[in-house]
Ligand binder design. Structure first.
Ligand code: NZQ
Ligand code: ZN
Length: 391
């Protein structure tokens, strides 16, 4: 097992009715910037439930944070927060609203004169931030329990992350009932994103990290079990609860502690979203099966373990690996996601060229658990994202 330090300052309140905890968590008299997306929280009643818990605070609202949150929007929100001298930021929504709010909470505290865009890619240090609360409505990214934010700037085709010790939410409310209104597309996306987060920290090479491996296998098996149920039965509380907790745990830091990590499918996926506007999870589903094939020699031992323990496969090593990659691809298809560039409406050859040009702007060093996948390798993976009939 590799050395690690694990710390989580986020208090998670999980379950039905837990929104009530906001009253205790946010001190009386606080000025709260309530941030949200395009309107889902108005339609499903979550906004009303949250506001009912904030009668002891002054609430200033900022809505309109878009999927793949846009820098210009977030800058306006931070200016509002600064003018209104807010004490707290409260994000109510999915990963985009949460990530955007991590940026806003830090930008409000940024020294005047420093360009907030420099926080992205960690080019200027974040030394403080307003306390951040989260009410999660879309289980997927794990943003409710980690210190990462991913911000987009469409004008310059950038989509990049930042992280800081000040960017963990202080408190997060996870009520599975708040996800009942999700459309099937977002459920499929959420299950696959959480699945891929787990793979990125598990499918590398063995370091005898048994607890982390078995936790990762448990998360993967849970998502395989509850993914189809939660799609078919939108108001099945137990399926939603297990999906929600699996997604939080997939990127909470525990399964990746002491493990080598990959994250190359995310590096490629962020470029595809910046170039073509693909949903985050779809930018992964069109890459992962092909990346596993491309890297199968380096990942052989863990691919075999994955095939045997997660999918119950038997046989010789190469047959297990073939079947494990096929099972992964078929699971993404069952969740309604594309698994080739053509299925996502994109020309693989053209995308490969663009990824090869753009990726080094954001990832100057080779990626992957061995730090050896170059931009040319990533382009080759994108080019191979075709089905056997197209190839
Ligand atoms: O904007 P609203 O109206 O709220 O609608 C959203 C949005 O259109 C809708 N939605 C959310 N909750 C809903 C709902 N609709 C009905 N009922 C509900 N309960 O879903 C749509 C997508 O929302 P979004 O927040 O964009 O999705 P997701 O949670 O998948 O977040 C994706 C973003 O997170 C980043 C991605 O790159 C992307 O920008 N990620 C963040 C990570 C992190 N912070 O650790 C890691 C991930 O790998 C990922 O990169
Ligand atoms: Zn992701």
């Amino acid at each position: 097992m590799l050395n690690f330090t694990f710390h989580s300052p986020t208090r998670l309140h999980f379950g039905r009715g837990q929104v009530r905890q906001l009253t205790k968590e946010i001190p009386a008299g606080s000025r709260v910037l309530l941030t949200s997306g395009g309107g889902s929280i108005r339609h499903n009643g979550v906004r009303d439930e949250v506001l009912a818990q904030l009668a002891h605070c002054t609430v200033i609202e900022f809505s309109g944070i878009e999927p793949n949150p846009e820098y210009e929007t977030l800058k306006r929100a931070a200016e509002l927060g600064r003018q209104e001298r807010v004490d707290w930021v409260l994000a109510v929504g999915g990963g985009s609203v949460i990530d955007g709010s991590k940026f806003i909470a830090a930008a409000i505290d940024l020294e005047v004169g420093i360009d907030p865009w420099l926080m992205v890619g960690n080019r200027t240090p974040i030394n403080s931030a307003r306390p951040l609360g989260v009410v999660l409505t879309l289980p997927a990214t794990g943003a409710e329990g980690n210190n990462v934010g991913v911000i987009s700037r469409r004008e310059t085709l950038d989509k990049q992350s930042f992280r800081s010790p000040y960017s963990y939410p202080s408190v997060a409310i996870l009520d599975p009932c708040f996800t009942f209104s999700l459309p099937p597309r977002q459920i499929g996306n959420g299950v696959v994103d959480a699945f891929v987060h787990t793979l990125e920290q598990y499918l590398t090479y063995p370091v005898d990290a048994r607890v982390q491996d078995r936790m990762a296998e448990g998360i993967l098996q849970t998502l395989i079990e509850v993914g189809p149920t939660t799609l078919a039965e939108p108001d099945n509380y137990d399926a939603r609860a297990n999906y929600m907790w699996a997604a939080t745990q997939a990127l909470f830091g525990l399964i990746g502690a002491g493990q080598p990590q990959d994250w190359s499918s995310h590096a490629i996926g962020h470029e595809l979203t910046a170039l073509y506007g693909l949903d985050h999870a779809r930018s992964l589903s069109v890459v992962v099966p092909h990346l596993l094939q491309y890297c199968r020699a380096d990942k052989a031992a863990k691919l075999k373990q994955y095939g045997e323990r997660v999918w119950g496969l038997q046989g010789d090593d190469e047959a297990i690996i073939d079947a494990a990659i096929a099972a992964t691809r078929d699971f993404f298809v069952r969740m309604g996601l594309p698994v080739t560039m053509a299925q996502a409406g994109i020309n693989a050859g053209e995308a490969a060229q663009k990824v090869e040009t753009n990726l080094p702007r954001h990832k100057p060093q080779p990626v992957g658990e061995h730090g050896k996948l170059t931009a040319q390798d990533c382009a080759a993976i994108v080019r191979s994202s075709v089905d056997s009939m197209e190839a």
